[in-house]
Design a protein. Structure first.
Length: 350
């Protein structure tokens, strides 16, 4: 591929990364405002249009009134309240549709202009299929709350939806980096590359538990720090399911945060001190530590402000939680980028 084409395709992929990040943030807003179950049907194409008249709105509202969330939590909802939560779920789904358009139209143009090499086509098709799968996973998650028993969606399915979105974003970013970063800017260092992979794996577990926290509203159950409702080591940790009990999830999430911060700072320091590296590499080595420190701070602030969540709106807790999610994604992307800079083998002599 010509260098100009590589940069154009790379920027297009980075646009996809940015749009996917916004999509995850819209998902966070949808969850924090209690909007996720407002649309009770999955219509990938026809669902792009909201209810067009009062009768359509009444029909949609009546369908929402059949599920447990309305019956036992939001039974005092007015039509205005319903329209508010409907908007965020509708926006979340429509942004996904927009992402598909932003992918398909340029992809067809690049193929027509022969700007894409043959080996890239399967990768790009794979990206699109991952995006389709993500939409399906999202609906499976929503369906878990459309019944007469559950007030919210399954926290397990929420975690799967969140982590699969991060996999899609990471794949997209890696693809873009492979087109835009020169081999001369990369470094061969086996031990630090291995350490980076280990940190990413632990972060993946931590993000999964973060989704469990969100799905079970565990922050609201223990809005204290550094102790968890007065205990450093709650008794529930030894007697409950580590993926089901909010206090156990709380403990694991907090403990992993401390371990991760130590590992991330260690990784950044060792990476920054490498000799014979470019200034770009040194800058990238610092980002994980900065974001890691910020992430822990936002996590603490989210917990401390979880005493009084705002119902179907945005207060201080919701803002802290949303910022916590944003920085979590940026932290993951910074580590993926650092990993890309650690190539597997030495450069071949030209």
């Amino acid at each position: 591929m010509a260098e100009k084409n590589r940069q154009i395709i790379g920027l297009w992929l980075l646009l996809g990364v940015a749009m996917l990040i916004i999509q995850v943030l819209l998902g966070g807003i949808t969850r924090l405002t209690g909007s996720g179950l407002s649309i009770t049907e999955w219509k990938p194409i026809l669902g792009a249009l909201p209810p067009m008249n009062e009768q359509d709105w009444q029909t949609s509202f009546q369908k929402y009134q059949q599920i447990a969330q309305f019956k036992y939590l939001n039974q005092d909802f007015s039509m205005s309240d319903f329209k508010f939560i409907y908007f965020w779920e509708w926006m979340h789904r429509n942004w996904a549709r927009l992402i598909s358009v932003v992918f398909l139209i340029p992809f067809a143009w690049f193929l027509y202009k022969r700007m894409i090499s043959r080996d890239m086509v399967p990768k790009l098709i794979g990206l699109f299929l991952l995006g389709i799968a993500q939409g399906l996973i999202g609906w499976i998650m929503v369906a878990s709350g459309l019944n007469d028993e559950n007030l919210y969606v399954s926290h397990i399915r929420l975690a799967i939806h969140f982590i699969s979105a991060l996999v899609l974003i990471g794949f997209n970013l890696w693809f873009a980096l492979s087109l835009m970063i020169k081999d001369e800017d990369r470094v061969q260092h086996h031990s630090l590359r291995t350490l980076t992979i280990a940190v990413i794996v632990i972060l993946g577990i931590q993000l999964t538990y973060g989704a469990f926290m969100a799905g079970l509203k565990a922050a609201n159950i223990a809005p204290t720090w550094p102790r968890i409702n007065g205990d450093f080591l709650p008794a529930a940790v030894f007697s409950s399911n580590p993926v089901q009990h909010p206090i156990s999830i709380h403990f694991i999430h907090r403990s992993l945060a401390s371990i991760l911060l130590i590992l991330i700072v260690w990784l950044s320091v060792k990476s920054y001190r490498l000799t014979g590296v470019t200034s770009l590499f040194r800058k990238m080595a610092l980002f994980p530590s900065i974001l890691g420190l910020l992430q822990v701070t936002l996590g603490i602030l989210s917990v401390l402000n979880a005493m009084h969540p705002t119902r179907n709106g945005f207060g201080l807790f919701e803002w802290m939680a949303q910022l916590h999610q944003i920085v979590a994604m940026l932290l993951l992307l910074s580590l993926i980028t650092l990993l890309y800079f650690y190539r597997k083998s030495a450069l071949k002599a030209k």
